[in-house]
Design a protein around this ligand. Structure first.
Ligand code: SF4
Length: 423
C-alpha cells in the first residue's frame, strides 16, 4: 500500500465533520484534485504586469479571483478537468507574483502595515526584515495533527522571525532570531517543497515565526513548483537545514503528481495577523489553513504579544476563510489564568460566527521565553500570570466549555486517544 493510500484510509476521515470541513485538502493530498496553484496558473491575465499601476493590478486581481472561483467550483464538481484548461501567460499566478513584489516596496503583508520599502532596506518594519528569507529548518513533521502528519509527515518549513512579539513564545529560538538558519531563494524554497512531497509528505506546511512576513519568497517559490527541475547544487544547499537529513526516504514520484503536474496541498500555518491584501493573494493559492486564535481581547494581546488590533484582525481573517468555504483547522492554546478572558470569548465568538469550524484545543502550553521563571530575562511584571503550566482544572474547564457550546473540537483535539488504535 502506498503512503497516499494509507493516508486516505486513516480512521479520522470517517468522521463526517472532518471529511466535510477538509474535503478540498483531502482530495488534493491524495491527488484526486489539483492544488489551487495549478488552477491559478490557468487563469489568463489581460493586463501588462509591468506597465500597470498597483491599483490596476488589484482591480484585475479581483476580476480574476472571481473567474478562478468559478473554475475551481467546476473542477471540484468534476464539470471540467485541469487538462481541459491550457496554461496561461501571464496568469493569475504571475499577477500574484507581481503584486507581492510590489507590496514588498511598501510592506503591507501584515496588519502592522509598516509601509517600509523592504527592497532598499533603508528603513525596517516591526519584523526587521528586508528581502531575505531565512529558513531555520525543514523536515517531515510527525507532531502535527493527524490530518496533517498522516503517515508520511507534514512537510514543514520553519521560517525565521515573526510579526508578533509574544513574550511567552513557544518557538522563541526561531521567531526572535531573524538570522537563524540560512537564506533561501524562491528556487531553493521550491526545491525543499518538492523534495518533501517526493519523500511522501502529505502537504507543504509554511510556518515560523510566521510565514506572512516571507510572503514574497513563498509566492515566488510557488510559482516555480510546476516547472522546477531539481538541481544537485540546490539540493545540497537546502539540505544544510533539513533536520531529518539522516533519514533515507524513498522518492515517490507517483504520489506527487496530478495529471503529470506536481501536486501538493499548500498549508498556511500562521498567527493570522495578516492584511486584507495578503488574504486576497493567499485565497487563490492556499489549499488548507491552520490559523492560531490566541487572545479573546486586545488588552491581553497588547500586554503579552505587544500586538495592537489583534482581536478584530484575527477574527476577521477567520471569518473570511469560513465565508470563502476554505478547508481549515483553528488552533487554540490554553494559557494559565486566561481561560475566562481569552479562551471563553474566543469559543463564544467561534460559536456565533463560524459554527462547525474544526478546532484543536491544545493543552501543551509551557512557560517559555520571557514567561519562564528560570530564564534570566523572565519578565514577572508583564507575564507573571502565565509563568506556569495550565492546571488540570483549567484544561478540564476549557474542554467542558467547548463541549457545552457544541464546538467541533473533539476529533482533532483527542485524535491520539480516539484514533490511536486504528493506526
Ligand atoms: S511584514 Fe508586517 S511587520 Fe514586517 S514590514 Fe511588513 S507590515 Fe511590517
Amino acid at each position: 500500500m502506498t503512503l497516499t493510500e494509507k493516508f486516505a484510509r486513516l480512521g479520522i476521515w470517517d468522521v463526517e465533520s472532518v471529511r466535510e470541513n477538509l474535503s478540498w485538502y483531502y482530495s488534493v493530498a491524495i491527488n484526486q484534485m489539483p492544488a489551487k496553484y495549478l488552477i491559478t496558473r490557468r487563469i489568463p491575465c489581460d493586463i501588462d504586469l509591468k506597465e500597470a499601476t498597483e491599483e490596476e493590478l488589484w482591480k484585475e486581481h479581483e476580476r480574476l479571483t472571481q473567474k478562478f472561483l468559478r473554475v475551481w467550483e467546476k473542477i471540484r464538481t468534476r464539470k471540467i478537468r485541469l487538462a481541459d484548461l491550457p496554461k496561461a501567460f501571464p496568469s493569475l499566478m504571475d499577477l500574484n507574483v507581481e503584486l507581492v513584489n510590489r507590496m514588498l516596496t511598501h510592506c503591507n503583508f501584515c496588519r502592522w502595515n509598516c509601509r517600509v520599502n523592504r527592497v532598499d532596506g533603508k528603513k525596517l518594519g516591526v519584523c526587521k526584515l528586508g528581502t531575505r528569507s531565512n529558513v531555520s529548518s525543514f523536515f517531515h513533521h510527525r507532531g502535527e495533527e493527524l490530518v496533517f502528519r498522516g503517515v508520511g509527515g507534514s512537510g514543514t518549513i520553519f521560517f525565521s522571525s515573526c510579526n508578533m512579539r509574544c513574550l511567552f513564545c513557544q518557538n522563541g529560538d526561531i521567531s526572535r532570531d531573524k538570522d537563524r538558519g540560512i537564506a533561501f531563494t524562491p528556487r531553493q524554497l521550491a526545491t525543499a517543497a518538492v523534495l518533501l512531497r517526493l519523500e511522501g509528505c502529505h502537504n507543504i506546511n509554511f510556518v515560523g515565526g510566521d510565514p506572512t512576513i516571507h510572503l514574497h519568497t513563498i509566492v515566488n517559490a510557488i510559482n516555480y513548483l510546476d516547472q522546477l527541475k531539481l538541481e544537485e547544487k540546490d539540493i545540497r544547499y537546502v539540505s544544510r537545514v533539513k533536520a531529518d537529513y539522516f533519514v533515507s526516504y524513498d522518492l515517490r514520484a507517483k504520489e506527487a503528481y496530478y495529471d503529470g503536474e506536481f501536486n501538493v496541498p499548500l498549508l498556511w500555518n500562521s498567527n493570522f495577523y495578516m492584511s486584507d491584501e495578503t488574504m486576497r493573494i493567499l485565497r487563490t493559492i492556499i489549499d488548507i489553513w491552520l490559523p492560531d486564535f490566541k487572545f479573546g481581547n486586545n488588552k491581553c494581546a497588547l500586554r503579552l504579544s505587544r500586538t495592537p488590533r489583534y482581536f478584530e484582525t484575527v477574527a476577521k481573517n477567520h471569518k473570511l476563510i469560513y465565508d470563502w468555504g476554505e478547508s481549515f483547522v483553528i488552533r487554540h492554546l490554553i494559557m494559565p489564568n486566561h481561560v475566562e478572558c481569552c479562551t471563553k470569548p474566543i469559543f463564544q465568538w467561534i460559536k456565533e460566527n463560524i459554527p462547525n469550524a474544526l478546532i484543536n484545543v491544545m493543552d501543551q502550553y509551557h512557560p517559555d521565553s520571557f514567561a519562564d521563571p528560570r530564564n534570566p530575562q523572565f519578565d514577572e511584571k508583564r507575564c507573571g500570570d502565565i509563568a506556569r503550566f495550565p492546571t488540570k482544572g483549567e484544561i478540564m474547564e476549557t474542554m467542558y466549555y467547548a463541549k457545552e457550546l457544541g464546538l467541533n473540537f473533539e476529533e482533532i483535539t483527542f485524535e491520539k486517544s480516539v484514533f490511536g488504535i486504528r493506526l
